[in-house]
Each structure stands twice: as C-alpha cells, then as structure tokens.
Design a protein around this ligand. Sequence first.
Ligand SMILES: *[C@@H]1O[C@H](CO)[C@@H](O)[C@H](O)[C@H]1NC(C)=O
Ligand SMILES: *[C@@H]1O[C@H](CO)[C@@H](O)[C@H](O)[C@H]1NC(C)=O
Ligand SMILES: *[C@@H]1O[C@H](CO)[C@@H](O)[C@H](O)[C@H]1NC(C)=O
Ligand SMILES: *[C@@H]1O[C@H](CO)[C@@H](O)[C@H](O)[C@H]1NC(C)=O
Ligand SMILES: *[C@@H]1O[C@H](CO)[C@@H](O)[C@H](O)[C@H]1NC(C)=O
Length: 297
Amino acid sequence: MIPRSPCWLSLALAFTALLQQYGLVKGDADIESVRIHHDYKDMSGRGGDPKAKYWHESVFHPHYDGRFTNHTLPYEEQKANLSLLMQSYLASMSDIGAETWIIHGTLLGWWWNRKIMPWDSDIDVQMTNTTVHMLASYYNMTIHTFDISEDEKKDYMLEVNPKYTDPSYGDTLNVIDARWIDIETGLFIDITAVRPHPSKKGIMCSKDQHEETVRDLFPLRDSLFEDQSVKIPYNYARLLTQEYGNAALTKTEYSDHRFNSTSMEWERFMIQAEKGDVQLRYPDGSIDEEDGDEEEG
Ligand SMILES: *[C@@H]1O[C@H](CO)[C@@H](O)[C@H](O)[C@H]1NC(C)=O
Ligand SMILES: *[C@@H]1O[C@H](CO)[C@@H](O)[C@H](O)[C@H]1NC(C)=O
Ligand SMILES: *[C@@H]1O[C@H](CO)[C@@H](O)[C@H](O)[C@H]1NC(C)=O
Ligand SMILES: *[C@@H]1O[C@H](CO)[C@@H](O)[C@H](O)[C@H]1NC(C)=O
Ligand SMILES: *[C@@H]1O[C@H](CO)[C@@H](O)[C@H](O)[C@H]1NC(C)=O
C-alpha cells in the first residue's frame, strides 16, 4: 500500500515499517535506545531462564527489570516511584482508551487507604483479552511520557508478551501478558488478561490461574487510587476476603508496618540497632519484641 505514492512521507513510513518489522523478526526490543543508564550491565536473568520464558526479571529482585537497572531502591524512593508508576499507568491507559482495573494486593492497598501498600512492590492490574490484543496490535514497545509536574517528566514503556495469544494454564512460563515498565528504575506493573474460562460458565480466568466470577468483576466501579481515577471490581470485598481472608481487611499490623487510622497511612516501624540487637520501634515509641522479618509478595 505504501510504496505506490512517491512522496518522501511514504518513503519515511515505509522505512519505519521496515524497521518495525526488523524489530519483530529479531524478537527482542531495541532496549539500548531507551535505556537511561547505558553504563549498567544487563542484570536480567536471561541467561538462566528457560528459553520459552518471555520476561527476564532481574537476578537481584523479582520486581525489578534488569535491563534498566542494577539495584533496588531504598524504601522511600521505591515508594515514591511506585506511586508514579501507578499514576502514569492509569493516566496513560485512560488516554489510550484501554480499560483496566486493579486486583490482588494492589486492590487490598486500595481498600485500606487508596494507595499501594508500602511493602508491596508486586503491582497487579487486569484487563480483558480484547484490550491486551488492542495494546499488542498498536502499542507494543511504546514509550509514554508522564508529566509529574510542570517541569518534571518521566518515561514508561508498555511491552506485550507475544504468548498472550496462548491462554492455556499450561504455559506457566508466561503468565504475565504485558508490563508497564519504569525505564529509569526498572520497577514495573504486571498486567494480566482475563478471558472466559474454557469450561466453567460465568468464570473469567487469567494465566496466573486466578479465577473470578463475571459477577464479582463487572460492572466495574469508579474510584480513586494514588490520586488518579481507577476502576475496581464490582464485588471487591468478596474478591479480597476470598484471596486474603477476613483478617486482611482488619489486621492493622503487617510486614513491619502499622496502620494509623488518623493519618490513614501504613507507617513503618523504625528499626533501631541497640547493643547489637535489632528492635522494632513503632512511630508512637512502643517496642515490639517479635521478629518482624516476615515478607509478603
Ligand atoms: C551499577 O552500575 C554502575 C555503573 O556501571 C556501577 O557503578 C554500580 O556499582 C553498579 N551497582 C551495582 C549494585 O552493581
Ligand atoms: C525515583 O528513584 C530515583 C532513583 O532512580 C530517585 O532519584 C528519585 O528521587 C525517585 N523519585 C521520587 C519521586 O522519589
Ligand atoms: C513486542 O515487541 C517485542 C520487541 O520487538 C517482541 O519481542 C514481542 O514479541 C512483541 N509482542 C507482541 C505481542 O507482538
Ligand atoms: C485472546 O485474544 C487473542 C487475540 O485476539 C485470540 O487469539 C485468543 O483466541 C483470545 N483468547 C480468548 C480465550 O478469548
Ligand atoms: C498517627 O497519625 C497522626 C497524624 O499524622 C499522628 O499525630 C499520630 O502520632 C500517629 N499515631 C501513631 C501511633 O504514630
């Protein structure tokens, strides 16, 4: 279609198409062109991963993309960057017209205070298979610039796993259908597609083997999350208690944090080393004798 018209624009378009095609044939993103830290070594687990696995999480942390960073961030920086990651995702998907909603631990964070839980770097969202297909067709490997403030911007990349077309639970190496990636810090959001279950009526399923009823998910509700408009599943309370139990909605202490119902924030215990001992000290000054090392994905 393009080569017919002789003007320079057509040539430029044809050239671009050729480059894109080359990119697809190669089967790997031209990551070098979007990397910010060119001096960092590639820390993705590529070498050790099975061949059929599309994503290569970093060798040092499962929730950092080793193509873009070689280290995790300190607590406050990670928290702030995760918040921006979420904001940029919700704003960009809304601009594109891609319907998406929050789920799992991210939905639990919404339940408590409309924010990501500060100890949780595993950010989960869902969308329908049709939407993932749309993103795969038009937005794979696109860079989206998010305005943090008038003079501060940050770039994010959308990447779609080509194996999204195979919905089977058997494809255990590729349960994440797409990712929204902060190309500066390597933090990312896991996007999973929900599809009608092949045999169970009224059930939607994703490749990570989570199953939700259509009636628990839809119609989606409007709310706010990290100060952005967000969609949440219709029956969020049932989904949360099913997945995490009633205690998750009431227990105000978790993973070295205590929920402050005045500030509506999860506050981290201050860790103080005294005479070689590590103690957990709450913001109000009380001390916890327990070992607070439990971790949650
Ligand atoms: C990350 O890469 C930079 C540049 O090569 C290097 O100076 C730094 O030590 C690396 N950090 C880690 C944790 O490997
Ligand atoms: C995000 O992380 C970077 C380090 O890569 C840090 O310089 C920056 O301050 C963090 N952003 C915020 C908003 O804290
Ligand atoms: C997205 O682009 C990458 C890099 O070119 C490619 O490896 C991947 O297969 C593409 N995904 C889809 C769904 O086409
Ligand atoms: C998901 O979408 C892809 C692309 O349109 C299609 O090949 C696949 O059959 C769909 N899967 C389901 C279960 O709807
Ligand atoms: C809870 O937050 C309020 C308001 O920020 C603060 O005054 C109070 O000290 C906090 N409570 C605890 C136990 O830290």
